[in-house]
Write a protein that binds this ligand. Structure first.
Ligand code: NDP
Length: 303
C-alpha cells in the first residue's frame, strides 16, 4: 500500500495540475465534494439527474451542464459520485469518454470496479476507482480525517493528485482497479463487527435500572478502542505464519470462558445470536490445534 496524502491533507491554495473538473452526482456525498472543490478555487462543472439539486452549488460558482454528455465534454477530469454502479453505466452511456480521466467515487464491489475500468478503457478513458472512507460532513474538513482509497491508473492519480486531495485525504492502493472497493468493504466489515459487539454489550446492561446506557457508552468505546491494538498483531501473524508468538490471551483460555458470556446473556434475557458465531469459530480453531494461538487462525477458517 502506498501512503500518499492521507496523513497530511491540505487544501490547495492555487490549483495547478487540473484547475477544472466535472462532477456527476450531487447527492449528499457528491454535493459535499462539490462544495470542497469550489471552496478550494476549482472551476467545477456539475450535472445531476434531478436538476434542482444543483441550485445551491450553482449559486456558489458551479457551472451547470444540461446533460451528462455536456458535463463530460466540459473537462478532461470527470468524477462520478452516484448511487451505485448501474447509475454510473446509465449516466455515462451516451457520453464521449475518449481522452478523459474518469474517477468513480461510487461505492461498489471489486468485480464491478474491475468491469467498470475495462468498460472505461474500451471507451478511450483512463480510470481510477475510489472508495470513500468518510461521511459527508468530513469532506473538505482535513482535521476530520476522512480519506479516499484509490486504485487503478496510477498515471491518472499522479496527474490529478492535487485536485483529488482538495476534498479529502488520498491513499493510492495499487493498479488493480478493484482493490480500493475491496479494501473499502473490508474496512466497513470490520466496523460492522465492532457494532455487533457494541449492540450485544448494550443489550446486556440495558435491563439494569442502575446502569445508564449513556454512562456505559464511554467505557465501551474506550475498551473497544484499547482492544483494537490486537489488529496489527493479527496482521503480522498472518504475514509471518507464526500464530503463537507473543500471544498472551490464548484461544484455549478464551474458549474456556465462553460459557460465562453465554450464561450472562441468558441471565439477562439477551439473545446470543451476535456472539455465538464468533465463539463457534474460536472453538473450532482451538479444537483443531489452535489452542495456543490468538485470533489469526480464525481467518484461516474463513478462507
Ligand atoms: P444520495 O442517495 O444522496 O445520492 C445519490 C446520487 O445518485 C444522486 O445524485 C442521484 O440523483 C444519483 N442517482 C441515483 N440513481 C441514478 C441513476 N439511475 N442515474 C443517474 N443518477 C442517479 O447518495 P450519496 O451522495 O450519499 O452517495 C453517493 C455514493 O457515495 C454512493 O455510492 C455511496 O455509497 C457513497 N458513499 C456515501 C457515503 C455517505 O455517508 N453518504 C459514505 C461513503 C460513500 P438524483 O438526485 O436524481 O436522485
Amino acid at each position: 500500500m502506498t501512503d500518499t496524502a492521507s496523513d497530511a491533507v491540505s487544501l490547495p491554495t492555487s490549483p495547478s495540475t487540473s484547475p477544472s473538473l466535472t462532477l456527476l452526482g450531487l447527492g449528499a456525498m457528491g454535493a459535499a465534494f462539490a462544495r470542497a472543490w469550489l471552496a478550494a478555487g476549482y472551476s467545477l462543472t456539475v450535472w445531476n439527474r434531478t436538476p434542482g439539486r444543483a441550485e445551491a452549488l450553482i449559486a456558489a460558482g458551479a457551472r451547470p451542464a444540461a446533460s451528462a454528455a455536456e458535463a463530460v465534454a466540459a473537462s478532461p477530469l470527470v468524477v462520478t459520485c452516484l448511487l451505485d454502479d448501474a447509475s454510473v453505466g446509465g449516466a455515462l452511456a451516451d457520453t464521449d469518454l475518449v481522452g478523459k480521466d474518469l474517477v468513480d467515487l461510487t461505492t461498489g464491489t471489486l468485480s464491478q470496479a474491475r468491469a467498470r475500468a475495462a468498460w472505461a478503457e474500451a471507451r478511450g478513458a483512463r480510470f481510477l476507482s475510489g472508495g470513500i472512507m468518510a461521511v459527508p460532513p468530513m469532506i473538505g474538513v482535513p482535521e476530520a480525517g476522512g480519506y479516499v482509497l484509490y486504485s487503478g491508473s496510477q498515471d491518472l492519480f499522479e496527474t490529478h493528485r492535487t485536485t483529488l486531495a482538495a476534498p479529502a485525504g488520498t491513499r493510492f492502493v495499487g493498479g488493480n482497479p478493484g482493490h480500493a472497493a475491496l479494501q473499502d468493504v473490508a474496512l466497513l466489515s470490520g466496523m460492522y463487527g465492532m457494532i455487533a459487539g457494541a449492540a450485544h454489550a448494550f443489550a446486556l446492561v440495558r435491563g439494569e435500572k442502575d446502569i445508564s446506557p449513556a454512562e456505559f457508552a464511554p467505557l465501551l468505546a474506550g475498551w473497544v478502542g484499547a482492544m483494537s491494538a490486537v489488529i496489527p498483531q493479527i496482521g503480522q501473524q498472518l504475514e509471518s505464519g507464526d500464530y503463537e508468538s507473543g500471544v498472551t490471551s490464548s484461544l484455549a483460555m478464551q474458549v474456556a470462558g465462553a460459557q460465562t458470556f453465554l450464561a450472562t446473556a441468558q441471565d439477562q434475557n439477551v439473545s446470543p445470536e451476535l456472539l455465538t458465531p464468533v465463539f463457534d469459530l474460536m472453538r473450532r480453531r482451538a479444537e483443531t490445534g489452535g489452542g495456543r494461538e490468538g485470533f489469526a487462525g480464525m481467518v484461516d477458517l474463513l478462507t
